[in-house]
Design a protein. Structure first.
Ligand code: UT7
Length: 335
């Protein structure tokens, strides 16, 4: 039976470290407010002068993952690129990354599922692999938020929570029994909550796509109804956990490590407590990187592998909720 196996992971953060205290020079905020409400202490941003896109961060993460997997770029059958902050409006960042990897005609697919980009990407890769269409898939999740944030008091509720960064995962088809690899994927969308976290301009539904009024109304900055997202996360994450467990025929105790999306430490703590999961079983690193959206889960995965937290048979659940709104959970067992 064809199984989807993780062969290598990599992460890449740009150099510019921005602490909560650094943010206070541009906006009325405080280390205390940010830390208490979100658990974030710092984030990394691309250089102020620009010139670094999501595909550039993704390229660095991809090189590390390829190296660990023992793959050359030519070994890749498909690139899946997840981002909400593509280098440009079109073509997708996957196309740009494909060229940067020196590839000629390898296909690429961009996923626009924001915080759940890794979950949708893993489920998609697994479907391609199990259907025999592709054998080696490079997943990349990368975000450059900082060039699109309102770095002033008016934008502080959104700006303080986002960081730039990238992570990559090499996924390969291997023959094995059904107890290893991707065991289940449960995915959902509820578009009626799209407005709770969105970036409205530039927009193809507007003529022109962006104008003075839209700039004045700050529509070129993301806006968020944080409480709606927060409440949905508290409800949907437990629900989808049970759904993914049911699909895999597993119990909560069978999961060795939970890797949730890193949007807010309080969400993940509430999840862990309400599900009665022992504290050390839910991995968090939002304090160091803030919310890197499509990169958060693979970035954490790369860290836990590096820290030696994974052994043969380790069973992980990846889960998250965010803009769309979209949410989901995937279960993976190491060989
Ligand atoms: O991956 C993306 C998915 N997004 C999420 O999962 C986000 C989920 N939501 C959240 O994490 C929280 O809603 C936030 C951390 C974003 C905000 O926390 P909150 O408790 O919902 O705060 P709030 O927006 O209701 O604001 C409370 C107060 C307000 O002041 P007043 O009106 O009470 O005087 C805000 O103006 O805090 C103020 N405020 C800030 N103060 C200092 C908002 N942002 C800041 C800030 N620094 N950065």
């Amino acid at each position: 039976m064809r199984r989807t196996i993780i062969k290598g992971t990599g992460r890449y953060l740009p150099d510019r470290l921005v602490t909560n205290d650094d943010l206070t020079q541009w906006m009325d905020t405080s280390d205390e407010w940010i830390e208490q409400r979100t658990g974030i202490k710092q984030r990394y941003w691309v250089p102020e002068e620009g010139g670094v896109g999501a595909s550039d961060l993704g390229l660095e993460a991809a090189k590390i993952a390829l190296d660990k997997a023992g793959w050359k770029p030519e070994d890749i059958d498909l690139i899946i690129f997840a981002t909400l902050s593509p280098d440009i409006f079109f073509p997708g960042s996957g196309c740009l990354l494909q060229a940067k990897l020196g590839l000629e005609t390898t296909p690429s697919l961009d996923i626009r599922q924001q915080c759940t980009g890794f979950l949708y990407g893993l489920a998609t890769a697994d479907a391609y692999i199990r259907s025999n269409m592709y054998a080696r898939i490079l997943f990349v999740g990368a975000e450059v938020h900082s060039t699109g944030l309102d770095i002033s008091t008016a934008g502080r509720d959104v700006t303080v929570i986002f960081g730039d960064g990238a992570a990559a995962v090499c996924l390969e088809a291997e023959e094995g029994d059904e107890s290893v690899g991707v065991l289940s994927s449960a995915l959902h969308t509820q578009g009626k909550f799209a407005e709770s976290l969105m970036l409205e301009a530039p927009a193809s539904r507007e003529m022109p796509r962006i104008d003075e009024q839209m700039l004045k109304d700050r529509k070129h900055y993301p806006h968020m109804d944080g409480k709606t997202i927060f409440k949905n996360a508290l409800k949907r994450l437990p629900e989808v956990t049970h759904e993914a467990l049911g699909m895999a025929g597993l119990e909560l105790d069978d999961i060795d490590l939970f890797i949730p999306h890193q949007a807010n430490l309080r969400i993940n703590q509430f999840y862990q407590q309400s599900m009665k999961i022992p504290e050390g079983k839910v991995y968090n690193n939002i304090d160091k990187y803030a919310n890197t959206t499509a990169a958060t889960i693979p970035l954490a995965l790369d860290e836990v592998i590096e820290k030696g937290m994974i052994s043969s048979g380790s069973t992980l659940m990846f889960l998250g909720l965010g803009s769309g709104i979209t949410w989901g959970a995937c279960i993976y067992r190491f060989q």
